[in-house]
Design a protein around this ligand. Sequence first.
Ligand code: ADE
Length: 255
Amino acid sequence: MRLDVVTVFPEYFSPLDLSLIGKARERGLIDLRVHDLRRWTHDVHHSVDGTPAGGGAGMVMKPQPWGECFDEVIDGQRRPHLLVTSPAGEPFSQKKATELAREDWLMFACGRYEGLDQRVVDYAAERMPVTEVSLGDYVLFGGEVAALTMIEAVTRLVPGVVGNSASLDEESHVNGLLEAPAYTKPAEWRGHVIPDVLRSGDHGAVDRWRRDQSLIRTLRRRPDLVAQLDESTLDKRDRHLIERAGIDEPDADQA
Ligand code: ADE
């Protein structure tokens, strides 16, 4: 997968040299290119922003450097899917990460200040798929941390990046639920013990326990996710737990 990031703070992306993403880059699974938007400025101050048309507080990223950046970075027939980070964008989610992981070229435009001049987005949308995406309902100084987060969420789903892909299937948000609590050795630690069922060797019972815990946790912490579950994925036991709303079932980590 090719990834281009356009930012006024390229240093924000140095963590992408580390860990599994760094290895995936070394192995050629991910071709990440970070561009400093100021490279396409021509004034002595390398300015990328201007005062908002119509007045008001803050500054807006001016269109000219973005236009020249697109001309240079997107030079052939191929077009990336452009993701413009903005608190006014569509919410990012695991579902969106899964969709984006199937694409072969993503380009992140990191907004700063009050964001990009809208014409940059409109111009790009005439030439390539464009999505304005938000990390969540809060405001950051700029889109760099949002882009970094999205890149991590997307690239770990690219085949080959994570060695044991089975681990990706059992994560929070993959089946619409939060993950069950996890434990490792020792069996007892500071008076806290691992639930017996996890030491029983009964795989069916372990699977059922995990499913129950996952549902109970989600009911407690994210009832909005339970409301969105596809009815056909629920069995009798799930329905019982949902009807009881997990009230009489202590979850392992809070009991
Ligand atoms: N820029 C500032 N806040 C943001 C957010 N929540 N998501 C994406 N980009 C942003």
